[in-house]
Write a protein that binds this ligand. Structure first.
Ligand code: SF4
Length: 302
């Protein structure tokens, strides 16, 4: 058998999302013929989501864009002709240079979708090199950064569900972790946790796969997520279902809030104050004080 005819299995990584799942690519006659999950990859342990499994369709799809196309005819007419990379890059560079000369670099804005490593440079680096601060993306405004910042402010870091800690209840809110390893939340860990039969609550207008096996499937009306969350928080607070020691020590839950401005109360050095139940006075939050979580207090006329 000639070398080229032999079936070769090569290790690779899927770039379908953030998951970075390991894949084994079966190659015959120089062509990839089959994909399977790499059992040695800790991210997916041999598992591949539907998107990963469809990788060959993506690779060999006849409609896949593999070279630059230039519109010919009217916009919207759907007529294109292939051009060389040199021509494409040259024309784009000429137009961007003319725009920068006429309107200045800030006239360029570029955005991308979720911050996959493979496309992040489009908005970030390119606009920076061009001289424009105008780059944007859903990862910055609606997704990753708000999560990161809210985690930092309330929890001290990036929070991740502890699926491997044998949870008794799992809540999936508009989420399909069995379908992809999004944002490093490894779907395989959710599937492992579900083997121990925790209570499963799925909040989703659609009947997803996991909604079918959920103990409670909440079909929200669009736009009512916040109301449901506030209702849950109301019950959690009123029935003291939270981890009090954790809230006292590791969150800003005990910080005093000024009723006149809604801002957190600080001492003259800027330290956040809590009400210390042991000494009966406001003190900077530290590990010694026993902070109150609820109550109203008057402190120096505030
Ligand atoms: S979760 Fe799916 S799409 Fe994402 S890297 Fe893994 S196999 Fe690819």
């Amino acid at each position: 058998m000639a070398e080229a005819d032999r079936l070769v299995i090569k290790k690779s990584g899927c770039m379908g999302c953030h998951g970075g799942c390991g894949i084994l690519v079966h190659v015959a006659n120089g062509k990839a013929v089959k994909l399977e999950g790499d059992p040695e990859c800790p991210n997916n342990e041999g598992w591949l989501c539907p998107k990963g499994q469809a990788g060959l369709d993506f690779l060999y799809h006849p409609g896949r864009l593999k070279y630059p196309l230039k519109r010919i005819g009217e916009r919207g007419a759907g007529k294109w002709e292939p051009i060389s990379w040199n021509q494409a890059l040259g024309e784009i560079a000429d137009k961007l240079t003319a725009i920068r000369r006429q309107y200045g670099p800030w006239s360029l804005a570029a955005g991308d979708g979720t911050k996959l490593d493979s496309v992040g440079w489009v908005a970030d680096l390119f606009t920076w090199v061009f001289g424009s601060p105008n780059n944007f993306g859903s990862g910055r405004a609606q997704c990753f950064r708000p999560r990161r910042v809210s985690g930092l402010w309330t929890y001290g870091g990036y929070f991740m569900p502890d699926y491997l800690g044998n949870p008794k209840c799992i809540v999936l809110w508009g989420d399909q972790p069995d379908a992809s390893n999004h944002n490093t939340i490894l779907g395989i860990n959710v599937l492992k946790a579900l083997k121990n039969n925790p209570k499963l609550v799925v909040v989703d207008p659609r009947q997803t796969n996991l909604a079918k096996r959920a103990d409670i499937w909440l079909r929200l009306r669009p736009g009512t997520d916040a109301a449901v969350l506030l209702a849950w928080l109301h019950v959690i607070l009123n029935e003291e279902l939270y981890d009090r020691k954790f809230i006292e020590r590791w969150t800003n839950g005990p910080f005093l809030v000024r009723t006149d401005s809604g801002q957190l109360l600080t001492d003259p050095h800027g330290a956040y104050l809590v009400w210390d139940t042991a000494s009966g006075q406001a003190r900077p939050a530290d590990l010694v004080v026993k902070p109150a979580l609820l109550g109203s207090y008057e402190i120096n006329g505030v």
